[in-house]
Design a protein around this ligand. Structure first.
Ligand SMILES: NC(=O)c1ccc[n+]([C@@H]2O[C@H](COP(=O)([O-])OP(=O)(O)OC[C@H]3O[C@@H](n4cnc5c(N)ncnc54)[C@H](O)[C@@H]3O)[C@@H](O)[C@H]2O)c1
Length: 237
Protein backbone atom coordinates (compact mmCIF):
# COMPACT_ATOMS: atom_id res chain seq x y z
CA UNK A 1 0.00 0.00 0.00
CA UNK A 2 1.36 3.43 -0.95
CA UNK A 3 0.95 5.72 2.08
CA UNK A 4 1.51 8.71 -0.24
CA UNK A 5 4.12 10.17 2.09
CA UNK A 6 6.74 10.64 -0.63
CA UNK A 7 7.98 14.21 -0.76
CA UNK A 8 6.23 15.20 2.48
CA UNK A 9 8.24 17.34 4.90
CA UNK A 10 8.18 15.90 8.43
CA UNK A 11 9.81 16.86 11.73
CA UNK A 12 10.28 14.11 14.34
CA UNK A 13 11.20 14.89 17.96
CA UNK A 14 13.04 12.44 20.21
CA UNK A 15 14.70 11.30 17.01
CA UNK A 16 18.06 10.22 18.43
CA UNK A 17 16.83 7.03 20.08
CA UNK A 18 14.23 4.27 20.18
CA UNK A 19 10.87 4.99 18.59
CA UNK A 20 11.82 8.43 17.23
CA UNK A 21 14.86 7.01 15.41
CA UNK A 22 12.73 4.22 13.93
CA UNK A 23 10.12 6.76 12.80
CA UNK A 24 12.75 8.83 11.01
CA UNK A 25 14.02 5.72 9.22
CA UNK A 26 10.54 4.47 8.27
CA UNK A 27 9.36 7.83 6.94
CA UNK A 28 12.54 8.20 4.87
CA UNK A 29 11.87 4.73 3.43
CA UNK A 30 8.43 6.06 2.42
CA UNK A 31 10.17 8.85 0.52
CA UNK A 32 9.40 11.63 3.00
CA UNK A 33 11.86 14.45 3.70
CA UNK A 34 12.52 14.08 7.42
CA UNK A 35 14.53 15.96 10.03
CA UNK A 36 15.07 14.72 13.56
CA UNK A 37 15.08 16.97 16.62
CA UNK A 38 16.67 15.89 19.88
CA UNK A 39 18.75 17.01 22.82
CA UNK A 40 21.78 15.15 21.59
CA UNK A 41 24.60 16.02 19.20
CA UNK A 42 23.55 13.42 16.61
CA UNK A 43 20.23 15.14 15.89
CA UNK A 44 19.63 17.09 12.66
CA UNK A 45 18.37 19.97 14.78
CA UNK A 46 19.13 20.24 18.49
CA UNK A 47 16.69 21.46 21.09
CA UNK A 48 15.44 20.73 24.56
CA UNK A 49 11.66 20.72 24.24
CA UNK A 50 11.39 22.35 27.68
CA UNK A 51 13.13 25.47 26.33
CA UNK A 52 10.97 27.93 24.40
CA UNK A 53 13.78 29.65 22.52
CA UNK A 54 15.52 26.43 21.54
CA UNK A 55 12.30 24.94 20.17
CA UNK A 56 11.44 28.12 18.26
CA UNK A 57 14.91 28.17 16.70
CA UNK A 58 14.98 24.43 15.91
CA UNK A 59 11.54 24.43 14.28
CA UNK A 60 12.43 27.50 12.18
CA UNK A 61 15.70 25.85 11.11
CA UNK A 62 13.92 22.59 10.21
CA UNK A 63 11.27 24.40 8.19
CA UNK A 64 13.92 26.31 6.29
CA UNK A 65 15.85 23.14 5.43
CA UNK A 66 12.71 21.17 4.53
CA UNK A 67 11.08 24.07 2.66
CA UNK A 68 7.88 23.78 4.70
CA UNK A 69 6.19 21.31 7.02
CA UNK A 70 3.49 18.71 6.32
CA UNK A 71 3.89 16.50 9.36
CA UNK A 72 5.08 16.45 12.96
CA UNK A 73 5.73 13.42 15.14
CA UNK A 74 6.36 14.12 18.84
CA UNK A 75 8.34 11.28 20.43
CA UNK A 76 10.54 13.27 22.84
CA UNK A 77 9.70 11.98 26.28
CA UNK A 78 10.96 10.81 29.65
CA UNK A 79 9.62 8.19 32.01
CA UNK A 80 10.61 9.99 35.21
CA UNK A 81 10.76 8.22 38.55
CA UNK A 82 9.57 4.68 37.84
CA UNK A 83 8.94 2.24 40.69
CA UNK A 84 8.03 4.81 43.34
CA UNK A 85 4.61 4.29 44.92
CA UNK A 86 2.36 7.35 44.66
CA UNK A 87 2.19 7.47 48.46
CA UNK A 88 5.94 8.19 48.54
CA UNK A 89 6.06 10.71 45.67
CA UNK A 90 6.68 14.41 46.11
CA UNK A 91 4.68 16.72 43.85
CA UNK A 92 8.00 17.93 42.46
CA UNK A 93 8.51 14.48 40.88
CA UNK A 94 5.76 15.36 38.45
CA UNK A 95 7.24 18.60 37.27
CA UNK A 96 10.00 17.41 34.96
CA UNK A 97 7.93 14.57 33.50
CA UNK A 98 5.01 16.87 32.72
CA UNK A 99 7.29 19.64 31.45
CA UNK A 100 8.88 17.32 28.85
CA UNK A 101 5.99 15.01 27.95
CA UNK A 102 3.10 17.47 28.02
CA UNK A 103 4.31 21.08 27.90
CA UNK A 104 7.26 20.17 25.64
CA UNK A 105 4.90 18.43 23.23
CA UNK A 106 2.51 21.38 23.20
CA UNK A 107 5.38 23.82 22.73
CA UNK A 108 6.65 21.92 19.69
CA UNK A 109 3.20 21.78 18.10
CA UNK A 110 2.69 25.47 18.86
CA UNK A 111 5.85 26.52 17.01
CA UNK A 112 5.20 24.12 14.13
CA UNK A 113 1.58 25.14 13.71
CA UNK A 114 1.85 28.12 11.33
CA UNK A 115 3.97 25.99 9.00
CA UNK A 116 1.73 22.92 9.29
CA UNK A 117 -1.31 25.07 8.54
CA UNK A 118 0.34 25.99 5.24
CA UNK A 119 1.36 22.38 4.56
CA UNK A 120 -0.12 19.64 2.39
CA UNK A 121 -2.75 17.51 4.19
CA UNK A 122 -0.93 18.18 7.45
CA UNK A 123 -0.97 15.73 10.33
CA UNK A 124 0.51 15.43 13.81
CA UNK A 125 1.12 12.23 15.78
CA UNK A 126 1.76 12.46 19.53
CA UNK A 127 3.43 9.50 21.25
CA UNK A 128 1.32 8.76 24.29
CA UNK A 129 1.35 5.24 25.79
CA UNK A 130 -0.99 2.54 27.05
CA UNK A 131 -0.08 4.18 30.38
CA UNK A 132 -2.55 6.89 29.37
CA UNK A 133 -5.32 4.31 29.78
CA UNK A 134 -4.12 1.73 32.31
CA UNK A 135 -1.74 2.01 35.25
CA UNK A 136 1.21 -0.12 36.32
CA UNK A 137 2.52 0.29 39.87
CA UNK A 138 4.98 3.09 40.58
CA UNK A 139 4.37 5.12 37.41
CA UNK A 140 2.05 7.93 38.50
CA UNK A 141 3.91 10.87 36.90
CA UNK A 142 4.31 9.01 33.60
CA UNK A 143 0.68 7.82 33.55
CA UNK A 144 -0.56 11.32 34.36
CA UNK A 145 1.60 12.81 31.63
CA UNK A 146 0.44 10.34 28.98
CA UNK A 147 -3.21 10.81 29.93
CA UNK A 148 -2.61 14.52 29.40
CA UNK A 149 -1.00 13.86 26.01
CA UNK A 150 -4.15 12.08 24.85
CA UNK A 151 -6.35 14.91 26.09
CA UNK A 152 -4.00 17.33 24.33
CA UNK A 153 -4.32 15.40 21.06
CA UNK A 154 -8.11 15.63 21.25
CA UNK A 155 -8.05 19.33 22.16
CA UNK A 156 -5.60 20.19 19.40
CA UNK A 157 -7.64 18.23 16.86
CA UNK A 158 -10.71 20.29 17.75
CA UNK A 159 -8.90 23.63 17.76
CA UNK A 160 -6.86 22.96 14.63
CA UNK A 161 -9.63 21.48 12.49
CA UNK A 162 -10.32 24.99 11.18
CA UNK A 163 -6.83 25.11 9.68
CA UNK A 164 -7.00 21.51 8.48
CA UNK A 165 -4.38 19.98 10.78
CA UNK A 166 -5.17 16.45 12.02
CA UNK A 167 -3.85 15.37 15.44
CA UNK A 168 -3.89 11.84 16.84
CA UNK A 169 -2.30 10.00 19.76
CA UNK A 170 -0.56 6.63 19.63
CA UNK A 171 -0.59 4.32 22.66
CA UNK A 172 1.88 1.44 22.52
CA UNK A 173 2.51 -0.97 25.38
CA UNK A 174 6.13 -2.00 26.06
CA UNK A 175 8.45 -1.22 23.14
CA UNK A 176 12.06 -2.44 23.14
CA UNK A 177 14.00 0.82 23.47
CA UNK A 178 16.66 2.26 25.80
CA UNK A 179 13.86 3.79 27.90
CA UNK A 180 12.06 0.52 28.58
CA UNK A 181 15.27 -1.49 28.99
CA UNK A 182 16.38 0.93 31.70
CA UNK A 183 13.02 1.17 33.44
CA UNK A 184 12.43 -2.58 33.42
CA UNK A 185 16.02 -3.54 34.28
CA UNK A 186 16.67 -5.41 31.03
CA UNK A 187 19.90 -4.02 29.59
CA UNK A 188 20.21 -7.05 27.25
CA UNK A 189 16.66 -6.83 25.91
CA UNK A 190 13.43 -8.74 26.38
CA UNK A 191 14.39 -12.24 25.17
CA UNK A 192 12.83 -14.33 27.98
CA UNK A 193 10.62 -11.59 29.38
CA UNK A 194 7.44 -13.66 29.51
CA UNK A 195 5.34 -10.78 28.19
CA UNK A 196 4.77 -9.32 24.77
CA UNK A 197 7.08 -6.56 23.60
CA UNK A 198 6.88 -4.70 20.29
CA UNK A 199 9.71 -3.27 18.25
CA UNK A 200 10.28 0.43 17.52
CA UNK A 201 9.89 -0.46 13.83
CA UNK A 202 6.37 -1.80 14.45
CA UNK A 203 5.44 1.44 16.22
CA UNK A 204 6.99 3.46 13.39
CA UNK A 205 4.70 1.70 10.91
CA UNK A 206 1.66 2.79 12.92
CA UNK A 207 2.97 6.36 13.01
CA UNK A 208 3.35 6.29 9.22
CA UNK A 209 -0.26 5.16 8.79
CA UNK A 210 -1.61 7.87 11.12
CA UNK A 211 0.48 10.48 9.33
CA UNK A 212 -0.64 9.33 5.89
CA UNK A 213 -3.32 11.25 3.97
CA UNK A 214 -5.01 7.84 3.63
CA UNK A 215 -6.01 8.29 7.29
CA UNK A 216 -7.60 11.70 6.64
CA UNK A 217 -10.82 10.75 8.46
CA UNK A 218 -8.93 9.72 11.60
CA UNK A 219 -8.69 12.79 13.82
CA UNK A 220 -8.75 13.60 17.53
CA UNK A 221 -8.50 10.02 18.63
CA UNK A 222 -5.87 7.45 19.55
CA UNK A 223 -4.60 4.11 18.34
CA UNK A 224 -3.97 1.56 21.11
CA UNK A 225 -1.27 -1.03 20.31
CA UNK A 226 -1.16 -3.33 23.35
CA UNK A 227 -1.65 -6.84 21.90
CA UNK A 228 -5.24 -6.65 23.20
CA UNK A 229 -4.15 -6.65 26.85
CA UNK A 230 -6.55 -3.95 28.01
CA UNK A 231 -9.50 -5.58 26.22
CA UNK A 232 -9.53 -8.44 28.73
CA UNK A 233 -12.27 -8.43 31.35
CA UNK A 234 -11.73 -9.38 35.00
CA UNK A 235 -14.90 -11.58 34.71
CA UNK A 236 -13.80 -15.11 35.77
CA UNK A 237 -15.50 -17.00 32.92
N1 LIG B 1 9.57 2.35 25.16
C1 LIG B 1 8.32 2.12 25.50
O1 LIG B 1 7.99 1.03 26.04
C2 LIG B 1 7.26 3.14 25.20
C3 LIG B 1 5.92 2.73 25.25
C4 LIG B 1 4.91 3.66 25.00
C5 LIG B 1 5.25 4.98 24.72
N2 LIG B 1 6.54 5.36 24.69
C6 LIG B 1 6.83 6.77 24.39
O2 LIG B 1 7.49 6.85 23.15
C7 LIG B 1 8.33 8.00 23.13
C8 LIG B 1 9.75 7.58 22.75
O3 LIG B 1 10.22 6.70 23.77
P1 LIG B 1 11.46 5.70 23.58
O4 LIG B 1 11.08 4.45 24.27
O5 LIG B 1 11.88 5.69 22.18
O6 LIG B 1 12.52 6.43 24.53
P2 LIG B 1 14.06 6.76 24.34
O7 LIG B 1 14.52 7.15 25.70
O8 LIG B 1 14.74 5.65 23.63
O9 LIG B 1 14.03 8.04 23.39
C9 LIG B 1 13.50 9.25 23.84
C10 LIG B 1 14.21 10.38 23.12
O10 LIG B 1 13.65 11.61 23.59
C11 LIG B 1 14.71 12.53 23.77
N3 LIG B 1 14.34 13.54 24.77
C12 LIG B 1 14.10 13.34 26.10
N4 LIG B 1 13.88 14.51 26.69
C13 LIG B 1 13.98 15.47 25.73
C14 LIG B 1 13.88 16.88 25.75
N5 LIG B 1 13.64 17.55 26.87
N6 LIG B 1 14.04 17.54 24.58
C15 LIG B 1 14.30 16.88 23.42
N7 LIG B 1 14.43 15.55 23.35
C16 LIG B 1 14.28 14.85 24.50
C17 LIG B 1 15.89 11.70 24.26
O11 LIG B 1 17.13 12.36 24.08
C18 LIG B 1 15.74 10.44 23.43
O12 LIG B 1 16.48 10.52 22.23
C19 LIG B 1 8.25 8.61 24.54
O13 LIG B 1 7.32 9.66 24.53
C20 LIG B 1 7.75 7.46 25.39
O14 LIG B 1 7.06 7.90 26.53
C21 LIG B 1 7.57 4.47 24.92
Amino acid sequence: MDLTLAGRAVLVTGAASGIGAAVVHRLRCEGAHVLGLDLTAGADVRADVTDEEQVARAVAEAVEVLGGLDGLVCCAGVSGPVGVNAADLEASSFEHVLSVNVVGTFRTVRHALPHLAAGREPAVVLLASDSALVAAPGMAPYCASKGAVLALARSLAVDLSEVGVRVNGLCPSVVDTPMSRTDLGRPEGFGEAGYQVQTPEEVASLVAVLLSPLARAVNGTHLLADFGASAASSFPA
